[in-house]
Write a protein that binds this ligand. Structure first.
Ligand SMILES: NC(=O)c1ccc[n+]([C@@H]2O[C@H](COP(=O)([O-])OP(=O)(O)OC[C@H]3O[C@@H](n4cnc5c(N)ncnc54)[C@H](O)[C@@H]3O)[C@@H](O)[C@H]2O)c1
Ligand SMILES: O=C(O)C(=O)C[C@@H](O)[C@H](O)[C@H](O)COP(=O)(O)O
Ligand SMILES: [Zn+2]
Length: 358
């Protein structure tokens, strides 16, 4: 199958290239004048970084390989500082570029390092997980975690291009692959009911890179993200819809010290958001049931520890959607009908958690 190009509009439009065996298209995503390319990748995945570096060297670039810790361990100020140091040592200048190769954690870090080095150098993202392709690598949100919570430091720094080589998905561990489905299903609930129908038609296939609807699911979710961030890069309004389910999700990740997959936390967070939508009088019980049933059908979690509520409630106070003491949630009136819940009473938040608790 040939590659697909999805253009993300904005100040500097860029393409997300999707296809199998499309690595040769990588050099074409860089801007004019780039000579040195710093390739940031998880230390444990040299086999994924090697061909990327090979293609870049063959295209005439000077390549600097920068391995970083695996997954979420990379999203720290210490690792970012190591990258800044390396960029300095290897002479990465304003006309050079960074490539992030790996899952969403790696592309978030690589994007953040690129956004901050010399106040911003070009980054090309090459996501190698399902979640990275359909969400993290597209849209220019970059960041790291702090002791207080998830993604609390970061920058909006759109990439010059994104290359999704579907061949890389074959080696992704099944649980990591399935975690990416949470963000695809989120896309179904906030914007594209066809996504829900495709998953419901073949939940087993949805769990596989070679599933019947996999390519359609990936491209449809990227299209949603492209449409939303193309209209509202800096999250002044519309972009908040992409945060559906994330208020509780980020609190769960923090409570678990990030030893839970982002997509799994988002899955639980979406059930919470659906329950909150229902209890606030916005959504019907059918939306909540559909949420639980579709997530369960692909093997995602839908409940969390009852006794964790006080801690979760406190962590939710640092959510970026809050304004002063006012807490704000993205909720649904129905599928593809997104609204906000402003300053809900404490009892409502707790009652919704009661429905998710086990
Ligand atoms: N910036 C955004 O808009 C945005 C959106 C969604 C999620 N995120 C972030 O993305 C992160 C989650 O991303 P993720 O689910 O990709 O997790 P991850 O980056 O932790 O990757 C999951 C695991 O898969 C491994 N891996 C990656 N590619 C592989 C491959 N091809 N074969 C084998 N193993 C591979 C990784 O090394 C890691 O161990 C979170 O930090 C989340 O906050 C960011
Ligand atoms: O792109 C966005 O905007 C999103 O909210 C997408 C989310 O899936 C993603 O996890 C994002 O990193 C969360 O952003 P944050 O601003 O809540 O940290
Ligand atoms: Zn997310």
């Amino acid at each position: 199958m040939t590659s697909t190009r999805i253009t993300v509009k904005g100040e500097r439009p860029y393409d997300v290239v999707v296809g199998t065996g499309v690595l040769a298209e990588l050099p074409g995503l860089f801007g004019e004048g780039v000579r040195t390319v710093a390739v940031v990748h998880p230390a444990g995945l040299p086999e994924i970084a090697r061909p990327v570096c090979g293609v870049l060297r063959s295209a005439g670039y000077t390549v600097v390989e920068l391995p970083v810790p695996d997954g979420e361990h990379a999203k720290s100020v210490e690792v970012a500082a190591e990258l800044w140091s390396a960029f300095g040592r290897y002479g990465v200048t304003r006309s050079d570029a960074v490539v992030g190769v790996g899952g969403g954690a790696t592309t978030d870090l690589a994007g953040f390092a690129a956004a901050t080095w010399l106040r911003g150098v070009e980054v090309v993202q090459m996501p190698t997980t399902l979640l990275g392709m359909v969400d993290a690598a597209v849209g220019g949100k970059t960041g790291i975690n702090t002791a207080e919570g998830k993604n609390l430091v970061g920058a909006f720094h759109p990439p010059a291009g994104v290359l999704c080589d579907l061949a890389t998905l074959v080696s992704v561990p099944r649980d990591d692959y399935v975690a990416g489905l949470a963000e695809i299903i989120k896309g179904g609930f906030i914007a594209d009911p066809t996504i829900l129908l495709l998953v419901e038609d073949d939940p087993e296939g949805a769990r596989l890179p070679e599933g019947r609807h996999t390519r359609a699911l990936i491209e449809r979710k990227i299209q949603i993200k492209a449409d939303v961030v193309g209209a509202d890069l800096r999250e002044s309004g519309l972009r908040e819809i992409l945060n559906y389910g994330h208020t509780l999700a980020h609190a769960i990740e923090r409570v678990e010290s990030y030893h839970i997959r982002h997509g799994e936390a988002v899955s639980i967070g979406m059930v919470y958001a659906a329950e909150l939508s229902r209890l606030a009088g916005h959504a019907g019980v059918d939306l909540v049931e559909r949420t639980r049933s579709i997530l369960t059908s692909v093997g995602l979690p839908t409940a969390y520890r009852r006794e964790a509520w006080p801690e979760l409630r406190d962590h939710m106070r640092v959510d970026k959607k809050n304004r002063g003491a006012k807490r704000r949630f993205v909720i649904l009136d129905d599928v593809a009908k997104v609204t906000r819940l402003e300053d809900p009473p404490e009892e409502l938040l707790e009652a919704a958690y009661h429905e998710v608790a086990r």
